[in-house]
Design a protein around this ligand. Structure first.
Ligand code: PMP
Length: 422
């Protein structure tokens, strides 16, 4: 029943694309992990608001008031959607990348950061001012928890610490044991941030229950149009740090006296939202939260798991296909499948899926180079180009992979077409 349940209506499903054969076929968007097509209801809500937008926190007129109200109401919607603790801040950003860079900018002096080498670059690279321990790739969920425990054992409990971990991998779709990792980290006095870019569109999140301290994600991967992301979590580091961006909105009072300029910065989320807020972006994220809640994660997850099972079973019947997995075959996953096909260069395969079958997937290393190189068995000391210049012959190590990913708007026909095309 879950397989045949109708998908949620998304935009772009009726786009016809020309094939090299001269035929036209309906486009099969199987690159949700990069950017998911917007849900129609989200788009309609956003378009309904566009004629009425005005400046947020900066105008006395009616449309400014309306926009300020909608902007702050969107914050409340996100707060509720994430199951935040009462005092958690919700800061609107541009994206997951922006959210994690914001968090990196507010770390107290001397913070030790721990991140697995398998993280997306957005979660691996922002911690430039901190002392970073890069944790080795684990081979199972259990080992992931143990790796964190070992890394934190014996550390100075007075130094601030932060573990950064993905909620769901953008390469394998595998769900990481974030509740268990949080328990271990908290026992060592270390905070946890979850890169939830691939988690939030696929699974319900209850931050209070999970215990994690921060969460970061992007609207464009959760069926909203582009432009906004979120960092939510504990308020104290955010309140104590200098604003992420300096400017209007972040400043409460600026005085030019004999001592030069003196600035009183805002408290709360406004401290890190300098400049005119992206009210349409924030409203889009809130509309996506409303749409996902209305659809119900129980239904969404049941359908996604049935489609995943069907696709993985079909792919398992093709001997040349290797589905990528770090944490083991039995690890739970979301609708993201990284794979390589023996004898095929992944870029050529992705190009053929598009040109001959009208299927949009992604090829490459998915902004997670150490992760993909680890999975493909590349020598970690031999840097190589992202895209393989040559087709990988049989038995030759591929330099990159193909990723197909789907979600609430994917009809089963698109998945079957993918399997048949492969
Ligand atoms: N983390 C993960 C796991 C992702 O998949 C992505 C996007 N591919 C990001 C972070 C970065 O998201 P954005 O490009 O929206 O900043």
């Amino acid at each position: 029943d879950a397989v045949t349940a109708p998908p949620l209506p998304v935009l772009g499903t009726d786009v016809m694309v020309p094939l090299v054969t001269g035929d036209d076929v309906p486009y099969a968007a199987l690159d949700y992990a990069a950017s998911a097509p917007a849900l129609r209801s989200v788009w309609e809500e956003v378009c309904g608001y566009v004629p009425y937008y005005g400046s947020v926190h900066r105008g006395a007129g009616y449309l400014s008031q309306l926009s300020t109200d909608l902007y702050e109401a969107s914050r409340v919607t996100v707060h509720e959607f994430l199951g935040c603790r009462a005092d958690d801040e919700v800061v609107f950003t541009r994206s997951t990348t922006d959210s994690l860079n914001l968090l990196a900018s507010v770390l107290p002096a001397g913070t030790q950061v721990y991140a697995f080498e398998t993280e997306h670059h957005a979660a691996l690279l922002p911690w430039r001012g901190a002392e970073v321990t890069v944790l080795p790739a684990p081979a199972s969920r259990q080992q992931a928890v143990e790796t964190v425990a070992e890394a934190l054992a014996g550390r100075d409990p007075h130094r601030p610490g932060l573990v950064c971990v993905t909620g769901a991998s953008n390469v394998t779709g595998e769900l990481w044991p974030i509740a268990e990792i949080t328990e271990v980290a908290h026992a060592a006095g270390v905070r946890v941030v979850v890169d939830a870019a691939q988690l939030v569109p696929h699974r319900p999140v209850d931050l209070a229950e999970l215990g994690a301290d921060y969460i970061a994600f992007s609207g464009h991967k959760m069926y909203a149009p582009f432009g906004a992301g979120v960092l939510a979590g504990r308020p104290d580091w955010l309140a104590a740090a200098e604003p992420y961006l300096a400017g209007g909105g972040a400043s409460r009072l600026v005085v030019h006296g004999e001592q030069g300029l003196s600035v009183q910065w805002q408290q709360g989320s406004a401290r890190h939202e300098a400049g005119s807020p992206n009210v349409i972006g924030a409203y889009s994220v809130a509309a996506a939260c409303r749409a996902l809640s209305a659809a119900g994660f129980e239904t969404l997850v049941a359908r996604e798991e049935a489609l995943l099972e069907r696709t993985l079973t079909a792919l398992a019947g093709i001997p040349e296909v290797r589905v990528l997995s770090l944490l083991g075959r039995t690890s739970p996953r979301v609708g993201v499948i990284g794979l390589v096909v023996d004898g095929w260069n992944s870029s050529h395969l992705a190009a053929a899926l598009s040109a001959e079958h009208g299927i949009g997937v992604r090829d490459g290393m998915f902004c997670a180079h150490p992760m993909v190189r680890r999975l493909l068995g590349a020598d970690p000391d031999q840097p190589q180009e992202c895209a393989a210049p040559e087709p990988a012959g049989p038995g030759e190590r591929p330099a990159n992979a193909v990723r197909m990913s789907f979600g609430a708007g994917t009809p089963v026909e698109h998945l079957d077409r993918f399997v048949a095309a492969v």
